[in-house]
Unconditional design. Structure first.
Length: 372
């Protein structure tokens, strides 16, 4: 080791849920791993209080990953002694038999409930035509609790430093990671850095078509007549109340978050932090408020808070994910990946140790670069 650099075995860039899950998996295997992030763990794409864990996906292989992810969360709960996914379940409107083929294939419990049971299943909801799909094994992820547990297990393996670049030096001695604090050489680097993945991965020749957008999630208080009742996570694809949306309870706070679903609901967010001229996140917030006023009378339609998230998407759609691999470097990107973090962390750890992309991870990315 030269005085000008520090040699390590595996570097993980990004202390969000995917990076931390990878570090945890590697640490449990006894690997020498260091995690780099310039911010407090979970401050980027993994920020906020809640996410929806759901089994249903359009892609059968993603249902399979979700099933493994649920088992992984259960293992994390046993280790941490904390609830990381609630028992609220998830309810969908506007879905039929064709939408549950993946659930049936992988033995995920689910059922269609008649509209007569609507008040029992989701008591804050206005009348909805047609049956509701229920995924009882779904629930609201306690995002902060999850990050806290993973960061605690990672401990001093997390180094707070900004990453300038990742390159493969001409001398062939590993992969170089330039940080604000030191120059590192690693045998393998995993890039799980959210919006920074395209920039950092470009240094090793990857061209990653990841788009960043701003997404608005207003929080609403549950009205008194519904307070204390279990509210499920929600997906409404009907458009009957003017929008397609998703929603999730925020733990046991008595608050519920709602966001828009669709191709036109988020604002392009440039690498320079600029929004298109004339754009405003208030437009999206007003659309959500209008939906809640009409479709969810059990919520007070005046928001008590709002979170403006940065979301990353590949051309394949909102659930697309992919890993890129070359000798010594693996990068991962996509959207809606929090629920799959336990299994993706294991697969990325496999990649880092074996310098080879596992077949399951390669298959998960099929179609991710084709617009759906």
């Amino acid at each position: 080791m030269g005085e000008h650099r520090r040699d390590i075995d595996i570097a993980v860039i990004g202390a969000g849920v995917l990076g931390l899950a990878t570090v945890d998996s590697l640490a449990r295997r006894g690997a020498d791993v260091v995690c780099f992030d310039g911010r407090v763990p979970g401050s980027g794409l993994s920020g906020g209080l809640t996410r929806t864990f759901r089994h249903r996906h359009d892609e059968e292989r993603h249902v399979a990953l979700a099933v493994e992810g649920r088992a992984g969360f259960a293992a994390w709960e046993r280790r941490s002694g904390r609830v990381l996914i609630g028992d609220e379940g998830a309810v969908y409107a506007g879905m039929g038999p064709a939408d549950v083929k993946g659930l049936a294939l992988h033995g995920v419990p689910h059922y269609f409930a008649p509209s007569a049971r609507q008040d029992e299943i989701f008591p804050v909801l206005a009348p909805v035509d047609g049956p509701l799909l229920v995924d009882p094994g779904a629930g609201a992820i306690r995002a902060k609790h999850t990050i806290s547990a993973l960061a605690g297990w990672a401990g001093d393996r997390i180094v707070q430093a900004d990453i300038h670049s990742v390159t493969v030096p001409r001398d062939g001695q590993g992969v170089e990671v330039q940080t604000t604090e030191a120059i590192y050489r690693a045998r393998h680097v995993v890039i799980a850095a959210g919006t920074e993945v395209p920039r950092l991965a470009a240094g090793v020749g990857f061209d990653i078509p990841l788009e960043a957008r701003l997404h608005v999630r207003p929080h609403f208080r549950v009205r008194e007549d519904a307070a204390g009742k279990t509210l499920p996570c929600w997906v409404d694809r009907t458009g009957a109340y003017g929008e397609t949306v998703y929603g999730s309870p925020i733990g046991d706070t008595g608050k519920y978050v709602v966001g828009l679903i669709g191709t036109d609901v988020d604002i392009p967010f440039g690498a320079d932090g600029a929004l298109p001229p004339g754009s405003s996140t208030e437009d999206q917030a007003r659309r959500v408020i209008s939906y809640v006023r009409r479709a969810m009378p059990g919520l007070d339609p005046e928001p008590v808070g709002v979170r403006v998230c940065v979301m990353t998407k590949l051309p394949g759609g909102s659930d697309a994910l992919r890993a890129w691999h070359t000798d010594g470097v693996t990068a991962v990107a996509g959207h809606n990946l929090f629920k799959m973090a336990p299994v993706l962390g294991e697969l990325l750890a496999d990649t880092a140790q074996n310098n080879r992309l596992p077949e399951k991870l390669a298959e998960a990315g099929a179609g991710s670069l084709v617009a759906s």
